[in-house]
Write a protein that binds this ligand. Structure first.
Ligand code: MG
Length: 203
C-alpha cells in the first residue's frame, strides 16, 4: 500500500507557513514503512531538531481506480480515520530552499501514525467533521473538514489522474493551523468529534 498526502489544503495552515494558497491540490507520497505499528511508541528521529505534528483526516481506499470523476469518487472510500503527518520542519525548509523534494522530511520510517478506521455511515456528514489533536491533554490543533480547499472527492479525482488508487491505500487530507514542535515524552492524542481515535507516546 501507499500513503498519499495532500499539502496546503487548509488556508489557515498554508498561511502560517507563509505558503501560497494552491490553485490545485499539492500531493506527495509516503511508503508503507511510514506506518507506526499499533501500541509502539514513536521514537524521535535523530536527524531533526524541529519535528512537527500535522493532524489530518485519513481516507482508506476501498476500490481500485484511475481517472476517477469527482461525482463518482465517494464510491472509492467507505471508511475514515485520523493520523499524524510527521514533518521534520527544519529538514523540509532546507529542501524547499534548494527546490528539492521533501521525502527526507516527510517520508521517513514511522512518520504516519494512523488510527483504526470507522465506516463513513457512523458520521452525520464527513464534509463537516470536527477533528483535533491534544498534546499532554492540552488542545493544540482543531479543524473542520468544511474548511478544506479541496474536498475528499476532489482530492480523489485529482490524484487519480496521475496515480492509480489501490485497495488499502491511505490518503492524508491536509492539516489545519496549529502545527508546532513535539518533544520526547510528549503524549499525542487524536480525536474525531469527541472520540479518541489514536494515542501514543514520543520516546
Ligand atoms: Mg500534512
Amino acid at each position: 500500500m501507499k500513503i498519499i498526502c495532500i499539502g496546503r489544503n487548509y488556508v489557515n495552515h498554508a498561511k502560517e507557513l507563509n505558503n501560497s494558497v494552491p490553485s490545485e491540490p499539492v500531493f506527495f507520497i509516503k511508503p508503507d514503512t511510514a506506518l507506526l505499528p499499533k501500541r509502539n511508541p514513536f521514537i524521535y528521529p535523530s536527524f531533526t531538531k524541529d519535528l512537527h505534528h500535522e493532524v489530518e483526516i485519513v481516507l482508506k481506499i476501498s476500490k481500485i481506480g484511475k481517472h476517477i470523476e469527482a461525482k463518482f469518487a465517494h464510491k472509492y472510500y467507505q471508511e475514515i480515520g485520523i493520523g499524524i503527518d510527521f514533518t521534520a520542519r527544519d529538514v523540509q525548509e532546507q529542501c524547499k530552499a534548494k527546490g528539492l523534494p521533501w521525502e527526507k522530511a516527510k517520508a521517513f520510517d514511522f512518520s504516519a501514525p494512523t488510527s483504526d478506521f470507522v465506516p463513513i455511515s457512523k458520521f452525520e456528514d464527513i464534509n463537516q467533521l470536527n477533528f483535533s489533536l491534544k498534546i499532554n491533554d492540552e488542545l493544540r490543533q482543531v479543524g473542520n473538514t468544511s474548511d478544506m480547499l479541496f474536498s475528499f472527492d476532489k482530492i480523489i479525482a485529482y490524484v487519480s489522474q496521475f496515480v492509480t488508487l489501490k485497495i488499502g491505500d491511505y490518503i492524508f487530507t491536509g492539516t489545519p493551523a496549529g502545527v508546532s514542535a513535539i518533544s520526547i515524552n510528549d503524549k499525542l492524542s487524536c480525536y474525531i468529534e469527541d472520540k479518541k481515535m489514536l494515542e501514543f507516546n514520543v520516546k
